[in-house]
Design a protein around this ligand. Structure first.
Ligand code: PMP
Length: 398
């Protein structure tokens, strides 16, 4: 039965990891993955998370099944993060949230549900986008295109081209948007631009699917939800995927959520009943641990404050790495202006390094990055930043 099975191509990022692991050089650096490392190059276990886990361990709860949609306390906490404590949309019962297996799981449940509603709709992702967006929506049965987004010349967003493209799409098309900290470019829309996107989505009868994988990594929990709040105020129906992999440093626990905003409470009940069928026939119900930990942290004032402080610590360290990288590249004699790295938001930077330069960094210095020139700033630290800056300077020089 497997004779005709061909070898699938390696996942570009996970493949990079494997190559990095196999590299014997001691000074190697992996800037490829989207993971936050602390200054010691370790994935942190947040103190707020540890405290919530200890509480849970003490309670020694039985390990029954969760409801199909996950823990109610968790889903409610997610809604508050997205829409705030004082939300007309939430009060009106217009949002349903289900616990999902990470942001990826949320996107997949949303994509499968959307495909049941209208399989001939076209999905548009940003050009470029997180590399799994296309594959994921294609796997759910959609034809996937891309709207213009990044402008290499300005290192920002080509907003007029983006808006013009949105205006040309057929009614019912699904538009995947990054709520903040765009992956891979680090270039976000301004709030005025977001308002124009919201208006266009309404005028053209499009469906927004907002991917929120980095809430708290740009400016903070509330400011990073600003674009989403414009959608909330618009009265539109839309989808939101949340990931807590980064903000709680809970990558392997697979903690995410899908939120669907509907017209009213009645529609919410009907939508939830159908989404539950998608889940039931897929993995039945989500695992317990990660969601309960996140819900515990978010519902306890002390732990919540501690978490926000730790999140701010991660955000500030990434910012520091941005400024230091720019300074050190300049100190290494590079004339080209790299100050755009400081303007970009979130974990990533589109450095403008070519695939050939990225390859040289790997071969000559053991520094691994994605061939598009995307680097993860959170993988830099006080010990490796000089090496990385010098390597960038050297591959740019000749
Ligand atoms: N969306 C974006 C934009 C991401 O960058 C990521 C993770 N790299 C995800 C979704 C998936 O998140 P998770 O790891 O929680 O599945």
């Amino acid at each position: 039965i497997f004779a005709a099975v061909e070898m699938a191509p390696r996942d570009p990022i996970l493949g990079l990891n494997e190559a990095f692991q196999a590299d014997p050089r001691a000074e190697k650096v992996n800037l490829g993955v989207g993971v936050y490392y602390d200054d010691n190059g370790k994935i942190p276990l947040l103190a707020a998370v540890k405290a919530a886990e200890e509480q849970r361990l003490k309670l020694a709860p039985p390990r029954g099944y969760q409801p199909i949609e996950g823990a109610a306390a968790y889903n409610k906490a997610v809604q508050t993060l997205l829409f705030g404590t004082d939300s007309a949309l939430l009060d009106a019962g217009r949002a349903v949230t289900i616990e999902a297996l990470g942001g990826t799981g949320a996107l997949k449940i949303g994509a499968d549900f959307l495909n049941r509603l209208n399989s001939s709709a076209k999905v548009y992702i940003s050009d470029p986008s997180w590399e799994n967006h296309r594959a994921l929506f294609e796997a759910a049965g959609f034809d996937v295109g891309a709207y213009p987004y990044y402008d290499a010349a300005t290192r920002g967003v080509n907003f007029s081209a983006m808006l013009a493209a949105l205006k040309g799409y057929a009614a019912g098309s699904i538009i995947v948007l990054h709520a903040c900290c765009h992956n891979p470019t680090g270039a976000d829309l301004t709030l005025e631009q977001w308002q124009q996107v919201v208006d266009t989505i309404r005028e053209r009868d499009l469906v927004a699917f907002v991917d929120m994988a980095y809430q708290g990594f740009a400016d903070g929990i509330e400011p990073d939800a600003a674009a989403l709040r414009l959608f909330a105020d618009s009265g539109l129906e839309f989808f939101v995927s949340s990931s807590f992999s980064k903000s709680f440093s809970l990558y392997g626990e697979r903690v995410g959520a899908l939120t669907i905003v509907t017209a009213d409470r009645d529609a919410s009940a009907r939508v939830l009943s159908q989404v539950k069928r998608v889940i039931r026939t897929n993995y039945s119900n989500p695992p317990t641990h990660g969601g309960i930990v996140v819900a515990t942290v978010l519902s306890d004032a002390g732990l919540r404050a501690q978490w926000e402080e730790e999140l701010a610590g991660m955000r500030d360290r990434i910012r520091l790495m941005r400024t230091q990288l720019v300074e050190r590249i300049a100190a290494a004699g590079v004339k080209q202006d790299f100050s755009f790295v400081v303007q970009q938001r979130g974990m990533f930077s589109f450095t403008g390094l070519t695939a050939a330069q990225v390859e040289r960094m790997k071969q000559e210095y053991g520094i691994y990055a994605v061939s598009t020139g995307r680097i993860c700033l959170a993988a830099l630290n006080s010990k490796n930043i000089d090496t990385v800056a010098k390597a960038i300077a050297s591959v740019i020089a000749d």
